[in-house]
Design a protein around this ligand. Structure first.
Ligand code: NAP
Length: 259
C-alpha cells in the first residue's frame, strides 16, 4: 500500500480530455487537490466539475503551455487555491499527423512549442513552488512513439517525445538537491475520445498487435503517474515507465502469433 497522496496539490496540464483527464481522475479519486489545465476554459471547467461531482477536489485553469505568462499564472493559481504545488503532470501535447514532404515548417514549430517548450515552461513556472514541497514530483507524459518506435507522419511529434526525455535526464540532476524527482511515462496506444472515433475494426486490429490483447485505458497511465508521484517512488528519478501492454516487445508478427 502506497502512502496516500491525499491533500497533495497536483497540476495536470492537458487535463480536459484524454490521458490528462484520466490522470486527473486517478489523483482526485485518491484525495489529491487537482488543478485541471487546458486552453478551452469551458472544457477545463467541465472536467473539474466532473471530478468534484465524484467527490474529488478540483479546480479549473484556462492556460496555454506555450505561453510563459500563462504558465506563471497557472502556478500562482494552484499555489493560491491549493496551498502550494507538490506534483506537476506535464501532459499537454498535440499530434497532428503529416509526412515531412507535406509538412509546413510552421506545423513543426507548433508541435515543438506545445510538446517540448510547453513541458519546459510548465516545469519552470512550477519549480519555485515544488521546491517548497516536502518531496516535489514532476511526471512527464512522453510516448513510445519517438523514444522507441516510429510512425509515418510523426517526425515532429517523435522528436518532441525524445526531447522530453533528454530534458528530463538533466533536469532530474538539477532538481535533485531540492528533493524533486522528474520521471516520464511512455504510453502506448491509449483509448481516448479521438481514438474511439476511428471505429471498431481499427481498434480491433490495433489490439491484436498488443501482447496483453487490448488498448490501454487512460487510468493505466494515471496509475503509473500516481506511483511516480508517491512517497515510495522518492528514490526514482530520471527514469521512464513504458505503459503499453507489451506492444514494443514482440520482434515480429510471427513472434506474437507463436505465443
Ligand atoms: P487529447 O485527448 O487530444 O487531449 C489533449 C489535451 O491537451 C486537451 O486537454 C487539450 O485541451 C490540451 N492542450 C492542447 N494544447 C494545449 C496547450 N497549448 N496548452 C494547454 N493545454 C493544451 O490528447 P491525449 O491523446 O490525451 O494526449 C495527451 C498526452 O499523451 C500528449 O502529450 C500525447 O503526446 C501523449 N500520448 C498520447 C497517446 C494516446 O494514445 N492518446 C499515446 C502516447 C502519448 P485544449 O485543446 O482545450 O487546450
Amino acid at each position: 500500500m502506497l502512502t496516500s497522496v491525499e491533500g497533495r496539490s497536483v497540476i495536470v496540464t492537458g487535463a480536459s480530455k484524454g490521458i490528462g483527464k484520466g490522470i486527473a481522475r486517478v489523483f482526485a479519486s485518491h484525495g489529491a487537490k487537482v488543478l485541471v489545465v487546458a486552453r478551452t476554459e469551458a472544457d477545463a471547467q467541465a472536467a473539474a466539475a466532473e471530478l468534484s461531482e465524484s467527490g474529488g477536489t478540483a479546480a479549473a485553469f484556462s492556460g496555454d503551455v506555450t505561453d510563459w505568462d500563462s504558465m506563471q499564472a497557472m502556478a500562482a493559481a494552484a499555489a493560491e487555491q491549493h496551498g502550494g504545488i507538490d506534483v506537476l503532470c506535464a501532459n499537454a501535447g498535440i499530434y497532428p499527423q503529416t509526412k515531412v514532404e507535406e509538412m509546413d515548417p510552421s506545423e513543426w514549430d507548433h508541435v515543438m512549442a506545445t510538446n517540448l517548450k510547453g513541458s519546459f515552461l510548465s516545469i519552470k513556472a512550477c519549480l519555485p513552488h515544488l521546491k517548497n514541497s516536502d518531496g516535489g514530483r514532476i511526471v512527464l507524459t512522453s510516448s513510445i512513439t519517438g523514444p522507441v518506435t516510429g510512425y509515418p507522419g510523426w517526425t515532429h511529434y517523435g522528436a518532441t517525445k525524445c526531447g522530453q526525455l533528454g530534458f528530463m535526464r538533466t533536469a532530474c540532476m538539477e532538481f535533485a538537491k531540492y528533493g524533486i524527482t522528474v520521471n516520464a511515462v511512455l504510453p502506448g496506444n491509449i483509448v481516448t475520445e479521438g481514438l474511439s472515433g476511428l471505429g471498431e475494426d481499427y481498434l480491433k486490429t490495433m489490439a491484436a498487435s498488443i501482447p496483453l490483447g487490448r488498448l490501454g485505458a487512460v487510468e493505466d497511465i494515471g496509475n503509473a503517474a500516481l506511483f511516480l508521484a508517491s512517497k515510495e517512488a522518492g528514490y526514482i528519478t530520471g527514469q521512464t515507465i513504458t505503459v503499453d501492454g507489451g506492444q514494443i516487445i514482440p520482434d515480429s508478427i510471427e513472434a506474437l502469433e507463436e505465443a
